[in-house]
Write a protein that binds this ligand. Structure first.
Ligand SMILES: Cc1cc2nc3c(=O)[nH]c(=O)nc-3n(C[C@H](O)[C@H](O)[C@H](O)COP(=O)(O)O)c2cc1C
Length: 175
């Protein structure tokens, strides 16, 4: 299916606590499977999702940097973790914490509701704004470099370590 033009709205959609949004793709990122929770939250039908490139749910607020890091990891056979803001069919958005990894013939993503909401406002949203700014002024490579430097400055050896600890060890402060 051709990527539909969806006008983003400043309306948040709830992701069911405890529910997993699961999708699988082929090696190019074309959706081959969507579970009922992903179908429900995305607002698309199974027929609309399966066969579409996964950027069907891409939100314009997401920096390209994060997808570059995602693809670099999974194409090297590694797993990757990411906070992702996705766009539903009706223009609303939803935040998820995603675990993406290689499976036979492609990739899988299991996503859950973001538990530490304050991590979004205090770390992730400002970081994503900054990355988008760097992407448009200096380019994607500089934005990736900025993120990698930030990860090192915070004392982590790798992006995944930083992101995983944000969600599970409460580095973002609060709560
Ligand atoms: C298994 C898997 C799951 C993905 N899940 C998402 C997702 O939930 N949202 C998203 O925007 N991109 C997701 N992507 C990344 C997309 O394939 C794509 O790289 C991204 O949306 C950027 O698209 P664009 O470069 O065409 O704008 C996923 C990729 C894979 C392999």
């Amino acid at each position: 299916m051709k990527k539909p033009t969806v006008q983003p709205k400043n309306v948040e959609r709830q992701v069911p606590q405890g529910g997993l949004l699961v999708s699988k793709t082929d090696l190019r990122g074309v959706i081959t499977y969507a579970n009922p929770v992903f179908i429900e939250v995305s607002g698309y039908s199974e027929e609309e999702l399966v066969g579409s490139p996964h950027n069907i749910v891409r939100h314009p607020d997401m920096p390209r940097t994060i997808f570059k890091i995602l693809w670099d990891h999974i194409q090297s056979g590694d797993e990757v973790f990411a906070y992702v803001k996705n766009l539903a069919k009706d223009g609303s958005y939803y935040w998820v914490f995603a675990h993406v990894y290689p499976v036979s013939g492609g990739y899988q993503s299991d996503r859950k509701a973001v538990e530490k909401r304050e991590v979004l406002s205090s770390v992730i949203e400002p970081l994503y704004r900054k990355l988008r700014e760097i992407e448009s002024s200096l380019g994607l490579e500089k934005a990736v470099e900025y993120l990698n430097n930030l990860v090192r400055e915070k004392g982590f050896s790798e992006y995944n370590e930083f992101i995983f600890k944000l969600e599970f060890n409460n580095l973002g402060g609060g709560q």
